[in-house]
Design a binder for this molecule. Sequence first.
Ligand code: PEP
Length: 253
Amino acid sequence: MRKQIAAANWKMNLTIQQGEQLIDDILAIPHDIKDNQEVIFAVPAPYLAMAQQKLRNKENVFVAAQNVYSKKSGAYTGEISVDMLSSLAVQYVVIGHSERREYFNESNAFLAEKVNICLDNNIHPIFCCGEALAIREAGTQNEFVASQLKESLYHLSADQIRRIVIAYEPIWAIGTGKTASSAQAQEMHAFIRTSLTDQYGANTANSISILYGGSVKAANAAEIFSQPDVDGGLVGGASLNAEEFASIINALQ
Ligand code: PEP
C-alpha cells in the first residue's frame, strides 16, 4: 500500500519562533496519523535543526529541506549540500518546485542532477512537476508534464524511483486560491501513473505516492484526497495555519 502524505511547504515565511509555535500548535490539535500515512514539514533551511529536534520522536512525521545543491561540497557560497542535510538526519527535500524553476532558472537537466545526488545519499526527493496556465489552456499539459518526468527522472532505475515522492502542482493553482477540480487532479495523476507504468511496470508505479499541490485547504482536502491516484497533498499557504493543516492531516485517506 503506498503512503498517503500531507506535506507542508512553509516557503520563505515565518520567524523561527513562529515556526516553533506553529509546530507546537499543530501537534496540540488532535490528529490521527495512521501507519500508511506521513506528515512532512518542509521548513526554511535555518529552521531544519529546530524542526528536527521537535519532531524526531514523532512517529511518521518528518522534516524536509526546501532545496539542496547538486554538488557534494566546495566553493558554492550559500548552497546546502546533501551531507549537511544528512548531518541533521533530514530525510526529504523538495526538488523542482515551480518557484525554483521560475525564479532560479532550474532546468529539468539540473533537477536530474539534484535527484541523483539525493538518491546517492539516501535522501528522498519530493519531485514537483506541473504546467503553467498557458499550457493548460493550449491543452498540452500531459506532454509538458511527461517531458518533466522524462528529463529529470526516467534515467533512474526502478529501485531508485521507488524512493521518490512526486508532487503534481499546476502552477495556475499555486498560491492563487484557484484549485484544480478533483477530476482535473485525478486525470493528471492517472496520466502520471500510466507514464510510470509504461516506464517501470505496474508494481513500481503503484508504489509511488503522487501528491497534489495547489491551494489545498481544509475545505477541499478530503475531496481531492479521495481520488484514487491522489496520495495526499503538498500544501503551501494553508500549512501556515495550525487548524487548517491539522484538518488536512486528518483528511488523508
Ligand atoms: C506549494 O507551495 O507547493 C503550494 C501548493 O502552495 P499553495 O498551497 O499555497 O497553493
